[in-house]
Design a protein around this ligand. Structure first.
Ligand code: FAD
Length: 309
């Protein structure tokens, strides 16, 4: 892991820095590169604009760690409202949630109950529900939650990280339940005991696990999603899909709002199914630091915003 990436991920955990940055106008200006606005309305408007260009959207509210169970209820109710607004506006939009936002640290059972309510709302509104993957200490619980949801609903997905050594085995086990899997490289600061420290190994693991998913899609099982901005890697996977006879629409490509927008449009124009993950909410600091860590050159962008550029 590069020193810059490691420092930015460490800074993400500083409550002091979070307070400082959240109040600074330059930081709010810089964060606009990655999110259309703090309010849900801004995210829904962005989804509408993307829909007009043929791209679907995944919406997620950025949240703080919870301290009381009632806060999870408020988050659940917020997302229930979002499903209804998606339906009201006729948007091709899904919702993705971090289990910690629904109180998994406080109670796994209550978190499962909240997710089941949301999974039903997703089904009733023609949308779908996704589970984000957080650091490695959450993987077992997130997979357990996914299995509980998947046993009752079809349109449910889970993010899986290629940097974890355990991932090929997790994917093999999940394939039996016909999963929707969003494969990502992984955004957290993980120890070498659980995750590849070198980027080239993470990239290679991504290609191999994506191959595992495409082989399964060829047999009619599972929906592979490539959640990455790594265009050469995406091109190699599109070629792999073609050679296996897995058609466009039997896999998808998801990227984040504000990153590689031109390539998102180009891939859509080529007939690929592309969706954009749009974040909103006030608690953007940690999430934003992870975006900077993915590409430390982005720090220059923040510095330009400091001087009003
Ligand atoms: C739809 C989606 C959902 C995700 N969900 C999760 C999740 O649930 N759990 C999780 O741990 N991680 C998640 N991530 C983040 C992911 O793990 C990576 O940290 C992130 O995608 C950066 O890696 P990359 O695959 O784009 O490849 P990289 O090899 O890091 O980047 C490829 C190229 O993309 C561009 N790029 C990448 N990131 C940025 C950036 N921040 N700013 C500007 N350019 C950039 C650069 O040009 C870079 O050269 C998600 C990512 C996406 C796209």
């Amino acid at each position: 892991m590069s020193i810059a990436r490691s420092m930015l991920l460490k800074a993400a955990d500083s409550p002091w820095l979070a307070r400082q940055m959240s109040q600074r106008a330059f930081a709010r200006r810089a964060v606009r590169k990655f999110m259309p606005g703090e309010e849900l309305e801004a995210a829904l408007d962005a989804a509408q604009t993307l829909a007009a260009k043929g791209q679907g959207t995944i919406l997620t509210q950025l949240g703080e760690a919870l301290s009381r169970p009632e806060e999870a209820v408020a988050v659940r109710d917020h997302y229930l409202d979002v499903f209804h607004q998606i339906k009201g506006r006729g948007l091709p939009a899904w919702i993705s949630i971090k289990p910690t936002q629904l109180g998994v640290d406080q109670s796994l059972d209550a978190c499962r109950d909240h997710l089941l309510v949301l999974a039903k709302a997703a089904a009733d509104t023609g949308s779908s529900l996704w589970l984000d993957m957080e650091d490695h200490t959450y993987v077992d619980r997130t997979i357990e939650l996914y299995r509980a949801l998947r046993s009752r609903h079809d349109r449910i997905g889970i993010a899986i990280q290629s940097y974890l050594y355990r991932t090929p085995k997790d994917v093999e086990a999940l394939l039996a339940i016909d999963p929707w899997i969003r494969l990502v490289k992984g955004a957290y600061k993980e120890p070498a005991a659980v995750a590849y420290p070198a980027k080239r190994d993470v990239d290679q693991a991504f290609f191999e696990v994506a191959g595992q998913l495409l082989e399964s899609a060829k047999r009619g099982k599972g929906l592979p999603i490539f959640g990455t901005h790594d265009i050469p890697l995406i091109r190699r996977l599109i070629d792999r899909a073609k050679s296996l006879g897995v058609k466009q629409g039997q896999y998808e490509i998801h990227m984040l709002y504000g990153i590689r927008a031109a390539e998102q449009a180009q891939l859509t124009g080529e007939g690929e199914t592309v969706k954009t993950l749009v974040s909103y909410g006030q608690a953007w600091f940690k999430w934003y630091m992870r975006r900077l860590a993915e590409r430390p050159a982005n720090v220059w962008f923040v510095m330009k915003s400091m001087v009003g550029g």
